[in-house]
Unconditional design. Sequence first.
Length: 499
Amino acid sequence: MKTVNHWIGGKTVEGTSGNYGPVTDPATGAVTTQVALASLEEVDAAVAAAKDAYATWGTSSLATRTAVLFRYRALLDARRDDIAALITAEHGKVHSDALGEVARGLEIVELACGITTQLKGELSTQVSSRVDVSSIRQSLGVVAGITPFNFPAMVPMWMFPLAIACGNTFVLKPSEKDPSAANLLAELAAEAGLPDGVLNVLHGDKVAVDGLLNHPDVAAVSFVGSTPIARYIHTTASANGKRVQALGGAKNHMLVLPDADLDAAADAAVSAAYGSAGERCMAISAVVAVGAIGDELVARIKERAEKIKIGPGNDPTSEMGPLITAAHRDKVASYVTGAAAQGAEVVLDGTGYTVDGFEDGHWIGLSLLDHVSTDSDAYRDEIFGPVLCVLRTETYEEGVALMNASPFGNGTAIFTRDGGAARRFQLEIEAGMVGVNVPIPVPVGYHSFGGWKDSLFGDHHIYGNDGVHFYTRGKVVTTRWPDPADAPAGVDLGFPRNH
């Protein structure tokens, strides 16, 4: 059986803890790989390698760093199919979706290639007589990233390219459910000329996570995952004096007004709710239909959802793949089976779905729940699967109040033809990312990604300007130099005497 080991100090390092986790092909249910799970001693080794590398990388020139990143970007582009294939094999998402994930990660590598403009400081001259003040940004040291299973390439690339471009070194702890993509990303970085120890990949479970959160040589921690774990990461790392950005869960709403293009809204709801099998924090999981359009909107969503082809991710005709594990599949199914008892109308029931020839895979079909109550489990919890809830309100104001009452505030969208309503919505809604006739408003790389409320713990969003600020710290230098004309007698620098 294949074993995924750590990448420390620029080379593969076999696990020494004796503990391994299973990696499953979600389409077949078969365990295809085992991944080494790090001990605290291995955490120390990875951080030590990063600390040693920081001694030189932290003082390297911007030209040196960007040259490596430009080469890295070219290698990632050339190998995007290989990265996507690893994602499909271990996560299960269809190949086209995996390719899209790699493309979004590449956006941040491209942003990092232009880090020279992002790190420019400021200068004020003559703030007082012969006094200048300058502001600069400097790297932090060793930083760590803890990333989720649903985007095993994209989310790591949201973190480490910017971190190393800013002069830091990095320890990545990817999900143990689909670890192989992270190793390939590190190997390609080494091929691009990244010095040994600048990027390290440490596989593991809670032992590795806690080791990084408590390690005195880790200056900052980035995290993407569920809200309970994000809260734990933020609390623990902050208590240890670390800078933290911890992105949590979501319950993203889409408000559909009576004047909306219902075909466009239905298309958007299907792609945003069921794409990547709903395993993404920016999935639309709740549609709020305003006024009398609810029945027609639900009918159009149902019509489209029934046509989605579910199958193995490496089948080019598949539009949706399996879920990551059998346990997660069963948990998602439980929300659908319990919905009717809590007052919802089950329009589509995807539980019990199988694919011929792949009966042991982690399959589930698309589910659509209508007339969902805000008190129901299906609405309150982040299901993280292909389940779409539809809620009804009579007015725009009721819809916004319902959405703002949610403890989550990650992303949201409105579908309308009314520019005034859209403008009002983007100001009134309590969420960090807003789409206007755009169902999944994930910002491009040079804007920052992050939510509000229980969707983000910490002060900085990820990537964009916030990402650069998170991975650097500001320093202000106040300088006074005597005028050469005031040099002591006997020293002549060739300047005219002013007095």
